[in-house]
Design a protein. Structure first.
Length: 441
């Protein structure tokens, strides 16, 4: 079944991802593992998570798998998809939870933000066909006739087995917005000279239109995200000044490391190599894609190119994408002169659920002078980066791109700007939304 939850105060910018293994191989899964008992109550901080027997979890606007899960109120729908590697039929349900601007479960009753039922069954269920790794594919489109949200805001969708309703198997975030103000945004070079070649700043202005903004210093909140990432999002900056109906957010601190273009791996074929693939081997139980060995890009000349902004798309070169795409063990290798002592290297992107699970942390192979990790991935096209964290960093702290990928002002990044207002009806209303690409201005 599927549950939709409107969140109140989820003050974590991190999508929690879980460890998972298939046989001896790390699964590329999206949320913290298996049968996590988390009741959703008002005042609870909500993060993304996933049980370790569920894989290839995606949430995106219907028919646009490369888009971020942000949707206009009353327009369009979202599609949730995932595979159950147990390959057994389960009567999963979903629920939706409404949240505050900083991702805590709100104290709204479901009747205050939902029409229809508070839960919905996932009715689209298909078994895999002709694959070495068997699985059952589940999908649901929302809103639908059974369950629809009625207000804007931050939301979490939770998947659970009705036999164990308190054990959340999947939790994904999405945002429903309205356009009640005028939002103008631009990417500029930061004021700080040392960051002008490596960082990007988002400047924007919010202009009051037909929705009164009372006491904006207290009631208005702004959030800026880079490539749909929650781990390094920035928020809480006050406007530089207010002039009449306009709030100006120029040089207030929305500065991001530019990073580099995402690396790509084309796993659509089980027989022919393509971008990012050195060789393919057919094993008894599964296929193996040996990735082209990567190297540091920190000091290499930056080459701007289009990418998927960290997304991945499931597809293959012959059959139905969702039920006839097989799983393959992808062997990642990053050549380095020496081990980065005191630091951890992760394969990062939607491939890791936007977080830093142990399953995606690379190990140092001294005999081959490289970092390595093996991930079980479904056939498709994957974007990823190598991101470094200090070993002593907290689980939710963002990593850096500077150590391996390099940071460049010229990098193409997709920025999302959200404007929240503490509405009189007792919830954080998303009154403004804007997306802009740093490479298309």
């Amino acid at each position: 079944m599927v549950h939709i939850v409107h969140c109140k105060n989820i003050n974590s910018s991190y999508e929690l991802c879980g460890m998972s293994y298939w046989g001896k191989f790390a699964l590329a899964l999206f949320f913290v593992g298996g049968g996590i008992s988390l009741n959703t109550n008002a005042g609870e901080q909500l993060i993304e998570l996933k049980s370790d027997h569920l894989a290839s979890v995606t949430l995106h606007p219907t028919d646009i798998p490369t888009a971020t899960p942000f949707i206009s109120l009353g327009e369009g729908e979202l599609t949730l998809r995932f595979d159950d590697l147990n390959a057994e039929y389960s009567s999963y349900k979903v629920r939706v939870i409404h949240c505050t601007f900083d991702w805590w479960a709100s104290d709204l009753h479901p009747s205050e933000y939902l029409n229809g039922f508070y839960e919905a069954s996932i009715a689209n269920i298909e078994d895999s066909f002709g694959t070495k790794v068997n699985y059952t594919h589940y999908s649901i489109d929302l809103p639908n006739a059974d369950l629809a949200w009625t207000i804007s805001g931050n939301y979490c969708i939770e998947v659970f087995d009705p036999s164990y309703p308190d054990e959340i198997l999947i939790r994904k975030r999405f945002i429903v917005y309205e356009n009640l103000c005028t939002l103008d945004a631009e990417i500029i070079k930061p004021l700080e000279i040392a960051k002008q070649r490596t960082h990007q700043e988002v400047k924007f202005s919010v202009t009051e239109e037909n929705y009164a903004l009372l006491d904006p210093y207290h009631n208005l909140h702004t959030v800026v995200m880079q490539n749909g990432r929650y781990d390094n999002q920035l928020s809480g900056m006050q406007p530089r000044f207010i002039k009449g109906r306009e709030l100006d957010y120029t040089n207030v601190g929305y500065v991001f490391a530019g990073g580099n273009a995402y690396r790509s791996a084309d796993l659509k074929s089980l027989h022919f190599t393509s971008i990012g693939i050195a060789s393919i081997i057919q094993g008894n139980d599964t296929y193996h894609h040996h990735m082209t060995q990567n190297s540091k890009r920190t000091y290499k000349y930056h080459k701007a190119r289009q990418d998927l902004n960290g997304r991945f798309v499931v597809f293959n070169d012959r059959f139905d994408a969702y039920t006839e795409s097989d799983y393959t063990v992808a062997h990642f290798s990053l050549a380095m002169l020496h081990e980065m002592v005191g630091k951890d290297v992760f394969v990062f992107g939607d491939i890791s659920g936007g977080g830093y699970p142990e399953s995606h942390k690379m190990y140092w192979d001294a005999s081959k002078s490289s970092y390595r990790v093996d991930l079980l991935l479904k056939q498709g096209y994957y974007d990823y980066l190598y991101i470094v964290k200090n070993s002593s960093d907290s689980f939710t702290s963002p990593g850096n791109t500077a150590d391996i990928e390099g940071d460049h002002f010229a990098t193409n990044n997709l920025y999302s700007v959200f404007v929240y207002y503490a509405d009189f009806d007792g919830y954080d209303r998303v009154i403004g939304f804007k997306q802009l690409n740093s490479g298309q201005q």
